[in-house]
Design a protein around this ligand. Structure first.
Ligand SMILES: Nc1ncnc2c1ncn2[C@@H]1O[C@H](COP(=O)(O)OP(=O)(O)OP(=O)(O)O)[C@@H](O)[C@H]1O
Ligand code: SF4
Length: 310
């Protein structure tokens, strides 16, 4: 079978840009950055169609972060239907192994071949439809999941790129360098670096304290000729929002299955009002501009144009 006729190729044909979010080290905020990237791309235009695929198979956290815990995947004749965070608008779809587990506490203990098969199935069977962006959240480091993604996607999709998330400490940066080295080995273009947990903004007085060291992401970007897409401080509002999404699960999931997605709509709306979403705006504009450049689309003259032209 020719490469462009495989089930994965046919499915990915309708996706314009695929952004793999990776980090060298665990716990640096890769999943929350992935969720914020998907939400911000969704909000970047009233017509943007976005998917988020969670391939952190052993620690899927995207359903919880988007307030979708407890939801199940529907099987249609055309494949798995993503779970839509925006209900019938169906512009923000999500797929995760978390939706396939009987209970969210169940652990996934799989060896490489099973992980590879699951990822191939995600890529070939999910009925995303036309998407402007597919954001892929990956496990920390460079593991079976990354290799499987590239093995299946690189031969059939030309608009694959990565975003690297790090925190400013030396140990996280060292791991981020390994992640960068991996992207270079496999020829995966990097749109830029995001420095997360870069300082703590006091909710009382707005004073910024550098809990960890500072400026490491900027320095790494300078040395490696990468774009620093932005720095995000520790945001207590963001934690509260993501925790609220989690705690609502047990009481409301069953109700939500039958009564639509009011809670997830609220989450999208609440996120737009956080200081994190405002700080994320230039990051998403940087991502959109970098995608336009990498795909040869004439570069937009302003961030606003970038949103429309991409
Ligand atoms: N900027 C931030 N401000 C406040 N809390 C944050 C921020 N970024 C991440 N967190 C919190 O830190 C925790 C770890 O974040 P997250 O799960 O996104 O990290 P990760 O790198 O994906 O972790 P893993 O290694 O488990 O995949 C989460 O509870 C998340 O809500
Ligand atoms: S930064 Fe100032 S207002 Fe904020 S907790 Fe510290 S002392 Fe209090």
């Amino acid at each position: 079978m020719a490469a462009d006729e495989t089930p994965v190729a046919k499915r990915l044909k309708s996706i314009k840009h695929i952004i793999i979010v990776c980090s060298g080290k665990g716990g640096v905020g890769k999943s929350s950055v992935s969720a914020q990237l998907a939400l911000s791309l969704y909000a970047s235009s009233p017509t943007a169609r976005v998917g988020i695929l969670d391939v952190d198979l052993t620690g899927p956290s995207i359903p919880r972060m988007l307030g979708l815990d407890g939801r199940g995947v529907l099987q249609s004749s055309e494949g798995w239907v993503p779970v839509y965070a925006d209900g019938s608008e169906a512009r923000l779809g999500c797929m995760s192994v978390g939706f396939l587990l009987k209970r969210k506490e169940d652990s996934v203990v799989w060896r490489g071949p099973k992980k590879n098969a699951m990822i191939r199935q995600f890529l070939s069977d999910v009925r995303w439809g036309e998407l402007d962006y597919l954001v892929i959240d990956t496990p920390p480091g460079t593991s079976d999941e990354h290799l499987s993604l590239l093995e299946h996607m690189a031969p059939v999709h030309s608009r694959l790129s990565a975003v690297i998330v790090t925190t400013p400490q030396a140990v996280a940066l060292m791991d981020a360098m390994k992640c960068l080295s991996f992207t270079r080995t496999v020829n995966l273009p990097v749109l830029g670096l995001i420095e997360n947990m870069s300082g703590y903004v006091c909710p009382c007085c707005g004073e910024v304290s550098n809990v960890f060291s500072t400026g490491g992401g900027r320095e790494m970007a300078r040395q490696e000729e990468l774009t620093l897409l932005g720095s995000l401080p520790v945001d207590t509002e963001l934690v509260t929002l993501l925790d609220a999404a989690e705690s609502a699960d047990s009481e409301q999931a069953a109700d939500e299955l039958s009564h639509g997605t009011e809670r997830t709509f609220q989450l999208i709306d609440q996120y737009q009002r956080t200081s994190s979403s405002k700080l994320f705006k230039p990051i998403v504009e940087g991502v959109i501009s970098a995608l336009a450049v990498s795909s040869g689309t004439p570069q937009a003259s302003s961030a606003e144009d970038a949103k429309i032209e991409s």
